[in-house]
Write a protein that binds this ligand. Structure first.
Ligand code: CO
Ligand code: CO
Length: 320
């Protein structure tokens, strides 16, 4: 999608602080010296059977793009494509979205619905950020430490759920991970001050790290022994429950990522598309421990130091 958009003639505007050119998570438009709008939209087909869970997950995922940029969500609009015969189910989806947006301290102010045989739900979220403090994905610096705020493996687990091969406790854990807001993680990174951030979604850990590395003009090095996996994800990946998106990500990134003696199953999980994944934060080494301690103490699923940023080398990403 980004590739197609890049072929359009991009309109530039002096107040548009973040637009199409860096694959950032949201657009940022400066209103004045103190306030910029952070605006984003995200929606997708159901990833779980329970409509209330799905609503919460879709909302947490959409809000995440505002959090990744250091913004505070103000309000959101529902984006709904739904079959007319499933209004009871839709009610539960919307209740989930509404509750999650409320938890974020924002509210739903409207939306738009069209009839569609294949249900889809998401939100367009409007937030604010101080224009001098916008956190982009394109400003990681050599020497930075990389912190990830949720374990990975969601795509593999969702594939297992769809195939009815997921153990119930792994299923509920994955739903909890997806529903969990990146709100606290974002607030803490803003308190400490960081160089760059993105959230991990459909492009997988390696894909989003690649976007960060290439747009920042640096190389990212992951420590293969430090990659946090959701309990059960590795077993399911070993059973071959790999989503199509994982192969697409792998194929797209094959010339950008250098894997040094990395187990196949771990590589698959690092390419695995996530839904409502955590933040990948690039923070100066001197501040890294402080941020890590804070995050690890507060966040439900912990925080993980997964690698570091180096000067640009032959590959954008190394895993070793
Ligand atoms: Co994002
Ligand atoms: Co997004």
């Amino acid at each position: 999608m980004a590739q197609v958009l890049c072929q359009l003639e991009i309109t530039s505007n002096e107040n548009l602080l973040v637009g199409l050119n860096t694959n950032d998570d949201a657009a940022v438009y400066k209103l004045n010296e103190e306030i910029a709008i952070v605006h984003t939209i995200d929606y997708f087909t159901p990833v779980v059977d329970d409509p209330y869970d799905f609503g919460q997950i879709a909302a947490a995922n959409a809000l995440s793009d505002v959090y990744a940029m250091g913004g505070t969500p103000l309000f959101a609009l529902n984006v709904v494509c739904f079959p007319a015969s499933y209004l009871d189910v839709l009610k539960e989806v919307l209740r989930g979205g509404n509750d999650k947006v409320k938890e974020a301290g924002a509210f739903i102010a409207g939306g738009h619905t069209i009839e569609d045989e294949e249900p889809k739900y998401g939100l367009s979220v409007t937030g604010i950020v101080n224009p001098r403090k916008v956190v982009k994905n394109s400003t990681a610096k050599p020497g930075d430490v990389l912190i990830l705020t949720k374990p990975i493996g969601i795509g593999v687990i969702n594939t297992a759920i769809k195939g009815e091969m997921c153990p119930p406790h792994v299923h509920s854990l994955a739903v909890d991970v997806m529903k969990y807001l990146n709100k606290d993680a974002s607030q803490m990174m803003m308190e400490v001050g960081v160089n760059a951030c993105t959230d991990i979604t459909g492009f997988g850990l390696l894909g989003h790290a690649y976007e960060m590395a290439s747009s920042s003009g640096v190389t990212i090095e992951f420590n293969k022994n430090a990659i946090p996996l959701i309990e059960g994800a590795k077993d399911l990946a070993e059973m071959g429950l790999i989503p199509g998106g994982c192969y697409r990500n792998k194929n797209y990134l094959k010339r950008e990522v250098y894997l040094e003696n990395v187990e196949d199953v771990l590589a698959d999980l690092m390419f695995d598309p996530q839904t409502s994944g955590g933040l990948l934060i690039s923070v100066e080494e001197e501040k890294a421990d402080e941020l890590y301690q804070k995050l690890n103490k507060k966040l439900k699923f912990g925080a993980f130091i997964v690698g570091c940023v180096r000067k640009k080398q032959d590959y954008d990403i190394y895993v070793k």
